[in-house]
Structure formats: structure tokens, C-alpha cells
Design a protein around this ligand. Sequence first.
Ligand code: ATP
Ligand code: LTN
Length: 333
Amino acid sequence: MTRVFSGMQPSGEPHLGNLLGAWVNWVGMQDRADCIYCVVDLHAITSPNEHDPATLRQRTVDLATGMLAVGVDPERSVLFVQSHLHEHAECAWLLNCVTSFGELRKQPQFKEKSEGRESVSAGLFDYPVLQAADILLYHADEVPVGEDQRHHIELARDIGQRFNHRFGDVFALPKAIHPTAAARVMDLQDPTTKMSKSQSSEKGIVRVLDEAKKIEKKFKSAVTDSAADIRYDRDEKPGVSNLLEIFAAVTGREIDGLAAEYDGRGYGAFKGAVAEAVVERLRPVQERYAELTDDRGEVARVLERGAEKARAIAAPTLASAQEAMGLLPRGEA
Ligand code: ATP
Ligand code: LTN
């Protein structure tokens, strides 16, 4: 059976980009693959902004709750918290030693997140190696992620391949799976940058748990342009195109059909319709989330079981990697 692995950082409240660019795919893949999903808290602490420990803990629980609410099924899939397994950090160290400084320095996400900052942690620089460890520990074949993660998955593949070449076949080589629709949901106020938990302004981001009124307001004030035509053109009309992509993704309809239907009716009517469709799409997720929030014991049990199942796969892989590299097994001489 195909093995799938993906992760999300507890770096803020999940938004429409996370839902459409990642979760929808995660949930769908459970029908045809063996899926492992992870709350990557060790990645979240690499953020260039200092994090608050109590907030991180809360966001970790909230994100796991959100994953269950969108439809990650703990009976079929593994859901766990990255820091519950020491194997991830340990494997990252081994992989660090087969990764070059040059390949990390040119990673687009690192460049974006470190640009203009005086102080950047070594953790942020090393972020993609920890991500490679996440994926390689589970022999994942497929990694469903948004377009922004393309380079990280390619790097994981390169690192795995190099390790195998030098030390023998330990790791499977993963490939990225991108959603066909809404692979990159853009910020509503700045449609040339992606909607992001940690970088978008409050008005630019639609959160999965936002209430209907707030969602309507955010879409009403979304940046478009001065012309009034509704057509898909990412370069000339980034704002309108972003709204069309969101509209298509939440309704399952084609972009062209939606553009034809709303062209000529003005931006007001168009934005109102997009907002309404988003509210409808989020409603069942919000209801399920509220139920789960009342039962935190259940979330804790799911995560505990998930960590056990994850370790049963990750620990033997780490042991093989250590042995392949020539690290002396304990008890031997
Ligand atoms: P941060 O701002 O902290 O980097 P983020 O909002 O970019 O967070 P991540 O936790 O890095 O989100 O990403 C989780 C998943 O959501 C990834 O698979 C990523 O590709 C996807 N994703 C994030 N933002 C978007 C977006 N705007 N459009 C589509 N997919 C997205
Ligand atoms: N870097 C990813 C989150 C992430 C991930 C992973 C995704 C960490 N480890 C392993 C897929 C597989 C992000 O920012 N979206």
C-alpha cells in the first residue's frame, strides 16, 4: 500500500490555504493509502518570531483537533505530535551530516523567512533537514503539500538518495503531491503573497474557525482592482483570480464556469457569493470542532495511540540509518 506522510506547524490558527491546499488532500488520500499526519511542533519553534510556550502548547492541541474535525480518521490513519518521538530530531542530525550548507542556503522558504532579519536561528536554517527526517523515517512514497513546499520535498528526496548511495538502501524516496485546485491560496489583502498563519495580516487571512460575519467582512474588503470584469488571470488580476480559485475549490465547480456566471454582475455580488460558499464549506468543520473541544480526553488518547503507532515505524528506520552509518550499537564492542 502507498504510504503517505504530511505535517503542519502549530504556528497559528489554520486558514483557508491550509484547508484547501493541504487538508482536503490529506482526507481524500485516506481512501487509497496508508496515511500518517503529524503536528510538527519542532518546526514551529524555528520561527524567527519568539514564541510563547503556553500558546505553542495550546496551538498543538488545537491543530490536532482541527485535523480530526476536517476528517482525519484515527481509525485508519496515524495522527501524532512530532516532539513525542525523539526519532525525528535524532534522524535530522544524521541527515545534517549528508546535507550541504549551500543547498540549505538557497532554499526559497529560508530566504523568504530570514530576509531583512538581524538574527535568524540555526533551527530555521536547518528546517528542511528536519522535514526530510519526518518524511524519510516513515518510508513515505507521497507527501501531500501546497506548492510552497515543492523545494523542501525535492530536497528530502535528494538527501535520501545521497544517504542511500553512500551507506546503502535505507530510505524510500518521496514525491510531492499537490492539489489540483487552490494549491496556493493568496492573502486577501496582498494577493501576490500566500495566505500564511504567521505572516498574513488579520484582514488578509480567513481562518477555518472564523464566524460567518467575519468571513463576509473579509471577503468584502478583499483587494481586487479598478476594472470590474471577472476573469481568471493571475498576472493581470491576482485578486480576482485568487477569489475565483477559492470559489472553485470550495464548491467543486470549474473556474471558467464561475467567471462566466459572475462576469458583469460587479465585484460586490461576486465577493458576497464567494463568502457565502466559504461559510457553507466551513460550517460542518466548525461544528465537529466544537464537539471535539468538549472532549479533550479523546484528543489526548488519539495522540497517544498515534505516537505509539508512529514509533513502531520510525524507530526501526532510525536504527537502520545509524547502523548503516557505522554508529556502534549499544552493548556491542
Ligand atoms: P506559516 O506561516 O507558519 O509558515 P503556513 O500558514 O504557511 O504557516 P504551514 O503550516 O507552513 O502553513 O503549512 C501547512 C500546509 O498548508 C502545507 O502543506 C502548505 O503547503 C499548506 N499551505 C499553507 N499555506 C497555504 C496557502 N496559502 N495555500 C495553499 N496551501 C497552503
Ligand atoms: N514545512 C511544512 C510542514 C512540514 C511537513 C513535514 C510537510 C513539516 N514536516 C513533512 C510535509 C511532510 C510546511 O510548512 N507546510
